[in-house]
Design a protein around this ligand. Structure first.
Ligand code: TIU
Length: 230
């Protein structure tokens, strides 16, 4: 009877304490696993970053997506990318800093951070499957100027798992806003990465401090070995 009402509930030994995961009401949001951030020649490298820092998260993110698909957990992918005419790119974003190439300039994987270009596409290991939602976002957060919140509400999603890059920029911005919007959020520790390992560790600590002020964190192995309550 309970099972019919609530469906399967997993208990994850997360930090700062146990995370209850209602399988039917959970989605995983994989943030910006694009060539522009992960491979040489893209946006991340033009900003002066060592993109090799992100490679270890790709394999774990792949395992996370396949575990979610097997469980029937809905998979959502986001990509940070702009329209070819840059109409959705604020000048403040394009003009910031002294990158080698700016957003919209021609690079070795096409125009930097432009939707439809090779660099804006996902790394092959993390390509969406047919039917999975892809949110194209002009900002760091996945709620700003997108239909993400409406989609989650339409599908009765209350709990979110997060992976992707980079931990302290697009992942953290999205997770903080999801938390404000009332979603129960857990970041999968080894399915996310930063160009700055210390920033990743600080972000994980910030999220779970103060009794889980932004949410929970757990490595993928603890999620995959979670016991079912019912
Ligand atoms: N630069 C950096 O760390 N990240 C971004 O610009 N976007 C995302 O995090 N996706």
């Amino acid at each position: 009877m309970i099972k019919k009402t609530f469906g399967e509930m997993l208990t994850v030994n997360a930090l700062p304490y146990q995370f209850l995961l209602p399988v039917e009401h959970t989605a995983v949001i994989m943030i910006d696993m694009q060539r522009d951030f992960i491979l040489p020649g893209g946006f991340g490298e033009t900003l002066g970053n060592d993109v090799s820092q992100l490679t270890s998260a790709v394999k774990v993110a792949h395992s996370l997506l396949y575990w979610c698909r097997r469980k029937g957990i809905r998979v959502i992918h986001t990509k940070e990318a702009h329209a070819p005419d840059l109409s959705d790119c604020p000048p403040a974003k394009r003009n910031r800093g002294k990158p080698k190439l700016r957003i919209g300039d021609a690079g070795s994987m096409g125009r930097i951070l432009i939707d439809g270009e090779e660099g804006s596409d996902f790394v092959p290991e993390l390509s969406p499957l047919p039917g999975e939602l892809v949110i194209v976002k002009p900002g760091k957060g996945a709620f700003y100027a997108t239909k993400l919140d409406q989609f989650l509400k339409d599908n009765k999603i209350t709990h979110l798992l997060f992976g992707g890059v980079t931990t302290e920029v697009c992942v953290q911005t999205t997770m903080r806003e999801a938390n404000d919007r009332g979603y129960e959020c857990m970041l999968v520790e080894d399915a996310t990465a930063s160009y700055f390992p210390a920033f990743k560790e600080a972000t994980l600590a910030m999220i779970r401090a103060q009794g889980g002020i932004v949410g929970w964190t757990a490595p993928l192995a603890l999620i995959m070995s979670a016991k079912s309550l019912i």
